[in-house]
Design a protein around this ligand. Structure first.
Ligand code: ZN
Length: 168
């Protein structure tokens, strides 16, 4: 598995996009554009999938999608981002800004998630403390800034849901 590279438009140097999937899996993604904070020029770049080329071979941890993934100004199907490499459905290390997230999906945000998007009360499903639930998508280490949602529910304990409503 190889990392995903683009050519920095400001320095013309190849730069690792730190994309959340290896290069070999790009073709199977319904995503057309992605964005990242470029370490070459310190600017934010939005790049198209067809601009990408394969970089160095990923090793160890990095090969199992622990890279940070960012989406900006995109329509994203939630289920396309779900991984199962820890034995349960989850989306991790993923940051969404000004995105439209499309379900069907029920997210289960971990408490460290940054949530800065409007939620409707009809999206919220309360979970009992200490009870485990099947089929939820755990969202770990990420953020939702100014996102909108379509057919997406959010499950959580009362504390978590209160905090999400408080973000409105
Ligand atoms: Zn750059």
């Amino acid at each position: 598995m190889r990392s995903v590279m683009i050519t920095c438009p400001n320095t013309n140097k190849p730069v690792d996009t730190r994309f959340g999937l290896p290069y070999e899996m790009l073709a199977s993604q319904p995503i057309e554009t992605a964005s990242f904070d470029c370490p070459e020029c310190d600017k934010w770049h939005i790049w198209r999938m067809e601009e990408a080329f394969p970089g160095p071979e990923l090793e160890g941890q990095e090969a199992s999608f622990t890279l940070v993934n960012r989406f900006e100004n995109e329509h994203v199907k939630v289920l396309d981002l779900v991984t199962n490499d820890e034995g349960f459905p989850q989306i991790k290390n993923t940051h969404f800004t000004d995105c439209h997230l499309i379900g069907p999906a029920i997210l289960f945000p971990r408490t460290d998630l940054r949530w800065n998007s409007i939620v409707r009360s009809s999206m919220l499903m309360m979970c009992a403390e200490g009870q485990s639930y099947e089929g939820l998508i755990v969202v770990d280490n990420g953020s939702f800034d100014r996102c909108t949602f379509e057919h997406v529910g959010i499950a959580g304990t009362m504390d978590v849901l209160d905090r999400l409503l408080g973000a409105n």
